[in-house]
Design a protein around this ligand. Structure first.
Ligand code: IMP
Length: 187
């Protein structure tokens, strides 16, 4: 078990609380730097995360993580994918439900890329959770597209789960656990 600390640069409190809950189990103290980083347009989450990390690191040089995530829906050819943030703001969950009318294939996945940097190293870690798009949004917890997504192995949407339960399944938790395994061994 380590006894370290690092910063999560994000403007999303939900993401921060999810990450903090996981890292605390490994005695890693996580602090939030509440900063909205201008994202680049790319169809590659890793490129977006790396760009955000580099922007954040030019301002503060402490050990930090950033994260980029998206919802990829099979019947919509991976839409909204890396554009999830924009699509959430413009179409919202109801818009996605409308696009899914008449689609029998409800398969989807959430993907996350966590990027870490200190003054000597940059590393990225991926997490993917497969699941289905619900017939209609369900639940009030969480954020973003949580009411739409039912992870494989559960009947509930992410928005019907408390944080600890979402963390058993989520893309972000999977990426963070990979990061932690590397972090405690190497730093
Ligand atoms: P970001 O660019 O990583 O902040 O995330 C893009 C968008 O994907 C967010 O605005 C959410 O709409 C959606 N998203 C990413 N991760 C999650 C999640 O864990 N639950 C629900 N929606 C998410």
């Amino acid at each position: 078990m380590s006894n370290r600390s690092l910063y999560f640069v994000t403007s999303n409190k939900h993401k921060f609380h999810e990450a903090k809950d996981i890292l605390e189990n490994y005695n890693i103290k996580l602090r939030m730097v509440n900063r909205k980083i201008e994202e680049i347009q790319s169809d590659d989450l890793r490129k977006i995360a790396l760009h955000s990390l580099k922007s954040a690191f030019t301002i503060n040089k402490f050990p930090m993580i950033v994260e980029d995530a998206g919802l990829f829906i099979k019947a919509l050819n991976g839409f909204p994918g890396p554009y999830s943030s924009y699509v959430y703001k413009t179409l919202g969950s109801d818009g996605i439900i409308k696009l899914m009318i008449g689609k029998d294939d409800r398969d989807a996945e959430f993907r996350s890329v966590v990027a870490f940097s200190n003054s000597s190293i940059i590393k990225t870690f991926k997490g993917i959770v497969k699941g289905k798009i619900a017939i209609k949004p369900r639940g009030k917890l969480g954020f973003g597209f949580d009411p739409l997504f039912v992870p494989r192995g559960s009947k509930r949407t992410f928005a019907e789960m408390v944080l600890e339960e979402k963390n058993k399944y989520s893309h972000r938790a999977l990426a963070l656990k990979k990061f932690i395994r590397w972090f405690v061994r190497n730093l």
